[in-house]
Write a protein that binds this ligand. Structure first.
Ligand code: ADP
Ligand code: MG
Length: 709
């Protein structure tokens, strides 16, 4: 029977009880599912070490030698057994804390020692090693790489440890050698020099050598990423066929705003607006990602594009992740649009057909205030709505929504994006803006279904922010620096980390910090904002800082996104070691927005890990968001972007890693593209396997990517 149909219950070494656990804990239902549980590491059992050459701790080694001496220490439960092991080059200590009475040692007998050494007083020791008399050592035990499998607590409790998994898998190998249907076509296997599926499955579990193991893993990674790309690109191709609202006109409002700007758009801003306008003219729905570092002027680009839509008779909305940011966008847009709306003034730009009406809708908009907004959207008198998630609510209905901007996308689930589709007969054009530059690998997977525009130029005259890393011992120096800046008329952000699990503690940190600042910088006014404040209080505090009434803003990361106070020149980050690189970069982007030299001060504990030091050094060295994003991915893995990944990859990854397999991502995208270019719907006989496998993946992974924008 094909392995994918064989119930795991009837596989050797399994049985009903273990099958039940495997199903519940790992989702393993069939023999093939079992084979798809890949080892997370291997230990080389063909290699023998000498004690004298041991260097590393924490990697398993095997050594041949004799036990020369042993003794027990203590009594009863706390008894332990200590032995001396000698291999002719040197000696080491073996220790048992448990099951001491079962350990039988003999002098003058050759043993195979297997275990993980740790160093103690220049001597290596092994805790609970495996010790096998040499005459009992089988050739299997010392052959090639031994696989190790992840297990859960429940599995362990029922004796389903790595060793048992290994034995279950080993029993399936002979069947595998007879072949399983491949999931990748022969032509692709050949072109990319990949192993067949059955060969890869044999060698991922029991490789004959390191090279075979690496090739097997490469093939399986390729398969995983290939299907991700196939799914994304197929979806994208399908969508490119969808009709969308045509917006060919560049009209009076767009021109009026353009003329009223006190500065020239940067080359990058102009290019991006052209790219977007080309999409709007095309008659197909746009799905575009706009990337640009903090301060690169994305908001203005978004507004100009909204006006393109309004000039063509459509409504637009801008959706922000937080209320603070929505408010801020609203104020910014109102200021930009003032010359257009101020018809009474002598300003010739303001005419009736350049009038733009905007509204703000957030969670704290009262029921009473919602009524005119709902009406205005229905009868078309509101052109642009700015808001938070609130604008996804069913009650929000439009006369003619045609253009949607989603700011700081990584906080919105992909599913939420999809909700916007239902707001008009045709899906609106969608522009996703992110200030977190996305490494190429991620852009090709997580955002792989979007066209990409990049603003890679800052408005002229910006001085790069200077970044300094201090440890807390030099706090006094930092305070006196802050004082000088305030005396010179500048303003300062002080940010504290906030970790959700420990909000109380963090709040205390924040309050202590606030008091400390009051003491260190007497006579200045301080605002404070944090996540647990009411929106209205937050706004008031932010407003006081924005207007210059307070000199210092003490905050948790609520200010991370979007806030714009050009007079602020110092961003001081407390416990910087608790922030990820991308977050630090975002925070730093809050300063350096005016003409004055700005500074970012990273304050850390005086004892920090090597990893933290690396992060701080990168921050000090570069202001380039893309470099920082790459470094972040390398240092922390995609974990930091977990939210993005979960809402972004169509299928879960088990063996491929977006942080380290970037080259593979590019290869698989190319391979998938080549197939879809010839056969977009995968209808050819030779592409049947791809269609079938995509269906299987969609069913087993239950994530309905197909319905999502
Ligand atoms: P982002 O949203 O990309 O972080 P913003 O849109 O907040 O950046 O822009 C930062 C600041 O730069 C704003 O005050 C904005 O008015 C200003 N700005 C935008 N474009 C230009 C430009 N071409 N020249 C000068 N200033 C600009
Ligand atoms: Mg912004």
């Amino acid at each position: 029977m094909e392995l994918s149909y064989r119930d795991i219950t009837y596989c050797k070494n399994v049985g009903a009880k273990r099958a039940d656990i495997l199903r519940k804990e790992l989702g393993v239902n069939t023999a093939l599912d079992m084979l798809r549980q890949y080892p997370y590491k291997y230990i080389d059992r063909s290699r023998f070490y000498k004690i004298a050459e041991l260097e590393d701790e924490d990697t398993y080694v095997q050594i041949v030698g004799e036990v020369t001496e042993w003794h027990t220490i203590g009594i009863g439960k706390s008894q332990r057994l200590s032995a001396t092991f000698n291999d002719g080059t040197h000696q080491c200590e073996l220790v048992w804390f448990q099951g001491v009475k079962y350990v039988k040692l003999q002098r003058g007998v050759k043993y195979l020692l297997f275990g993980k050494p740790s160093r103690f007083n220049h001597l290596f020791n092994f805790v609970h090693p495996e010790l096998t008399p040499w005459n009992k050592v089988t050739s299997e035990m010392t052959q090639g790489l031994e696989p190790y499998y992840n297990t859960t607590e429940t599995m362990k409790k029922h004796g389903l440890n790595s060793k048992v998994i290994r034995s279950i898998v080993a029993e399936l190998l002979p069947d595998l050698k007879m072949g399983v249907p491949d999931t990748i076509g022969a032509d692709v296997l050949q072109k990319y020099r990949l192993m067949s599926l059955s060969e890869a499955l044999v060698n991922v579990h029991f490789p004959k050598d390191t090279l075979a193991m690496q090739n097997a893993r490469a093939r399986l990674k390729f398969e995983e990423l290939f299907y991700v790309q196939l799914q994304i690109l197929r979806q994208m191709k399908r969508r490119e066929q969808y009709p969308g609202f045509a917006m060919p006109i560049v009209g009076s409002r767009f021109h009026a705003l353009y003329r009223s700007l006190p500065f020239e758009l940067t080359g990058a801003q102009k290019r991006v607006i052209h790219e977007i306008h080309d999409d709007l003219k095309s008659g197909h729905q746009m799905n575009r990602l706009l990337q640009g570092d903090v301060g690169s002027g994305k908001t203005l680009v978004a507004l100009l594009c909204c006006l393109l839509a309004v000039d063509n008779g459509y409504q637009a909305c801008i959706m922000a992740p937080t209320e603070i940011l929505a408010n801020q966008h609203y104020e910014t847009l109102k200021a930009f649009l003032a010359p257009l709306n101020n018809v009474q003034s002598n300003d010739v730009q303001g005419t009736k057909d350049s009038h733009v009406s905007i509204a703000l809708l957030t969670g704290s908009t009262t029921a009473k205030n919602r009524v005119p907004i709902h009406n205005g959207l229905m009868n078309g008198t509101i052109h642009i709505l700015i808001g938070t998630h609130a604008l996804l609510e069913d009650a929000v209905q439009w006369q003619n929504l045609g253009f949607v901007v989603i700011d700081e996308q990584h906080r919105f689930g992909v599913a939420q994006r999809a909700k916007l589709w239902t707001k008009n007969q045709l899906p609106p054009h969608i522009l996703v803006m992110t200030a977190t530059p996305i490494p190429r690998t991620l852009a090709m997977t997580v955002y792989g279904d979007l066209q990409v525009s990049i603003i890679d130029e800052l408005p002229p005259g910006r001085k790069p922010v200077q970044t300094i890393h201090y440890d807390i011992k030099r706090r006094a120096q930092v305070y006196s620096f802050m004082k000088n800046q305030i005396e010179a008329g500048r303003q300062i952000y002080v940010v504290y980390p906030l970790i959700k699990e420990n909000e109380k503690m963090d709040l205390m940190d924040l309050e202590n910090g606030f008091n400390e600042l009051c003491e260190a910088l007497p006579g200045y006014k301080i605002s404070m904002v944090h996540g647990q404040m009411k929106a209205a209080d937050k706004d008031l505090q932010m407003q006081r800082f924005a207007s210059g009434e307070t000199q210092i803003l003490v905050a948790t990361t609520v200010i991370e996104v979007g806030v714009n106070v050009p007079n602020a020149t110092v961003m001081m980050i407390q416990n910087a070691e608790r922030f990820g690189l991308s977050q630090l970069h975002q925070l730093r982007g809050r300063v350096g927005r005016g003409g004055n030299q700005s500074y970012c001060i990273l304050l850390t504990d005086n004892e920090i890990s090597a990893d933290t030091r690396k992060r701080m050094n990168i921050m000090v060295e570069t202001n380039d968001g893309f470099r920082i994003a790459e470094a972040d991915l390398q240092l922390r893995g995609p974990g930091d972007m977990q939210g993005t990944l979960q809402s972004g990859t169509p299928f879960e990854l088990h063996i491929a890693n977006l942080a380290t397999d970037g080259r593979m991502v590019a290869l698989t995208r190319e391979a998938a593209k080549e197939i879809l270019d010839k056969d977009p719907l995968l209808e050819d006989e030779m592409n049947r396997i791809y269609k079938r496998q995509l269906d299987i993946l969609r069913v087993t992974q239950s994530y309905n990517w197909g319905e999502i924008s």
